[in-house]
Structure formats: structure tokens, C-alpha cells
Write a protein that binds this ligand. Structure first.
Ligand SMILES: Nc1ncnc2c1ncn2[C@@H]1O[C@H](COP(=O)(O)OP(=O)(O)OP(=O)(O)O)[C@@H](O)[C@H]1O
Ligand SMILES: [Mg+2]
Length: 287
């Protein structure tokens, strides 16, 4: 398969825009092909969210050096919204609330933008059924199908985006967006955090139904329990801004048993107390 078909990250060095000398990511190289699921695990503060933001074009982060290509094009040339139109998707670790904007309007606008793609076709207007767009009825039908799958109440649609949402509701809205936007490359940043065991199963099964030979996935997690559902073929351990070791599913099982300390030590990193204390086993379900 040619590089023109997937995501290629080479020697990526990233710093906060506010402090370009602080290299949070210190040379990340990673390739995600369609149909592949890659897990990124790593201690708190290792740079996982920074990687997801850098890939998505978050303005708070600056690319110091290295490259990212998506289907052969320089992804770094594009703004965050253009990257989304190109088929990239990020499910946030901490979704933001947008009081005043209803979930329904938000989703419809986002879907229309995604369906328009990057280059405007004057013959196609996703908001106009006469020009190939979705009717309100079609939109509703699609949304209700996905709401049902994610076991979310329809009343969700009239609420403001993430405003007063529980942690679990926020994560479900992220998955609802993914289901509707149909990305080709999805980054899930701790989509499992803060979910009870039932919510985790619903969300994980939701993601599972979206997996396809066309979709590349980068799933950031601390816990094996999400990986039980998503079954990544590749697992990478990120520490101090570098991928220190990559392997298969066994690597995640090992982290769950042993924590980060032994694997970091084996790779020449003397773990700090915080790194050694980052939990890798999810707390037992309370019910
Ligand atoms: N905008 C920023 N300005 C300054 N420092 C930052 C910024 N963003 C992240 N950092 C720092 O970079 C490091 C990596 O942060 P990041 O959020 O990427 O970690 P993470 O691996 O996602 O951690 P967690 O598992 O807790 O979510 C941390 O030390 C963090 O404080
Ligand atoms: Mg994070």
C-alpha cells in the first residue's frame, strides 16, 4: 500500500506555542494504515494528548520539526477544520461545553461541513436537499439510529453541547459525532475514562461497529479493558515524549499486570514516582 493512502508521522517534535523551547514530543514516528488499530499507552504527562492535538492542528501547539502526511499530503498545511473535512477525527479527553449551541445544530453543521469536503463543489450543497443535501427527515433518522446504538435519550439533541453533561454523556457525544462524521482516521483520547462498566461496554461496542477496513484508529488509553473490545494490532508505549517500545496486544496485557516501571527501566528510563504510579489496571466495577 502506498503512503498516499494513510497517516505517516515522522520524527515529530512538538512544543506549546507559548513556550517553543519546551519539547513535549521529542521525535515521534508512527504509521497508521486503513483498517489498523493502534493503541498508545503511557504514564500521565507523557505527551499522549499533545500528540492528538498536534495531529488535529490545535493552535496551542507548535510543530518544531518533523512531518505528518495524510494520504500523501502535508497535513501540517491544513487548519483543524480542514483536517476534519479531510477525514480526521479527534474524540477529546476533556470535551468542552458550548452553552447556547444545541447538539442537533452542532451535529448537523459538522456533518454538512464533513460532507462538503475540502473543495467546494457548486453543484453540491449538503444543507439543500435539492442540491444533493440531507433532508431534515434523513438527518433525524440517521441520528436516531446512532442514538439508539449508543443508548442515548433523544432529549440529548435539544441540550447545549456538553453543557451540564455527565462525564459518560460527554464521551457518548464524542462517539455520536464519530458515528455521524464517518472519519477515515480517528483518534480516541481516553474515551474510556470516567465510564462505569456498562457505559464502557456501550461506548466500546459503538466504536467496534465503526471499525472497518477503511478506518485507521489511534486509541489512547490507560486500560486494557477498552482494548479487550477494540483489539489493537499494535501497542506503543509513550514516555517523556518518545515511543519507547512498540509491540502487539501482549504489551498492553503486560502493562496491566506490571505497571509502567519495569518496561521503562528495560528501555533505559529510570521511572519517576509519578510514572511508576500511573495506574494501568482499571478499578474493579462497583456493581
Ligand atoms: N499548552 C501547554 N503548555 C505547557 N505545557 C503543556 C501544554 N500542554 C501540555 N503540556 C505539558 O506537556 C506534558 C504532556 O501533557 P499531555 O497532556 O500531552 O500528557 P498525557 O500523556 O495526555 O497525560 P494524561 O495521561 O494525564 O492525559 C505535561 O507535562 C503537560 O503539563
Ligand atoms: Mg491526556
Amino acid at each position: 500500500m502506498s503512503e498516499n493512502a494513510y497517516l505517516v508521522i515522522k520524527d515529530l517534535v512538538v512544543a506549546p506555542s507559548s513556550d517553543p523551547s519546551k519539547h513535549i514530543l521529542q521525535g515521534i514516528s508512527l504509521t497508521v494504515k486503513p483498517g489498523e488499530v493502534h493503541a498508545i499507552m503511557g504514564p500521565n504527562g507523557s505527551g499522549k494528548t499533545t500528540l492528538s492535538y498536534a495531529l488535529m492542528g490545535h493552535p496551542s501547539y507548535q510543530i518544531v520539526s518533523g512531518s505528518v502526511t495524510w494520504k500523501g499530503e502535508n497535513l501540517l498545511d491544513y487548519s483543524a477544520d480542514q483536517r476534519a473535512r479531510l477525514g480526521l477525527f479527534l474524540a477529546f479527553q476533556y470535551p468542552t461545553s458550548i452553552p447556547g449551541l444545541s447538539v442537533a445544530s452542532f451535529l448537523r453543521t459538522a456533518m454538512n461541513a464533513r460532507r462538503s469536503g475540502l473543495v467546494r463543489d457548486p453543484e453540491f450543497d449538503p444543507s439543500d436537499p435539492v442540491k444533493g443535501g440531507m433532508t431534515m427527515g434523513e438527518f433525524r433518522k440517521l441520528v436516531i439510529e446512532k442514538l439508539t446504538q449508543l443508548k442515548v435519550d433523544e432529549a440529548f439533541m435539544t441540550r447545549y453541547v456538553n453543557d451540564g453533561f455527565s462525564g459518560g454523556e460527554k464521551k457518548r457525544l464524542e462517539m455520536l459525532q464519530m458515528a455521524l462524521l464517518k472519519p477515515e482516521m480517528a483518534i480516541l483520547d481516553e474515551t474510556d475514562s470516567g465510564l462505569d462498566i456498562d457505559a464502557l461496554r456501550i461506548v466500546a461496542e459503538g466504536v467496534n461497529t465503526m471499525l472497518s477496513p477503511e478506518l485507521g484508529v489511534l486509541v489512547i488509553t490507560h486500560y486494557q479493558r477498552l482494548l479487550d473490545y477494540l483489539k489493537p494490532q499494535f501497542v506503543h508505549v509513550l514516555a517523556r515524549g518518545r515511543i519507547v517500545v512498540s509491540g502487539g496486544p501482549d504489551l498492553a496485557h503486560r502493562l496491566e499486570r506490571e505497571g509502567y516501571a519495569p518496561i521503562l527501566a528495560e528501555n533505559g528510563i529510570n521511572p519517576t514516582a509519578d510514572e511508576a504510579a500511573t495506574p494501568t489496571a482499571a478499578p474493579a466495577p462497583s456493581a
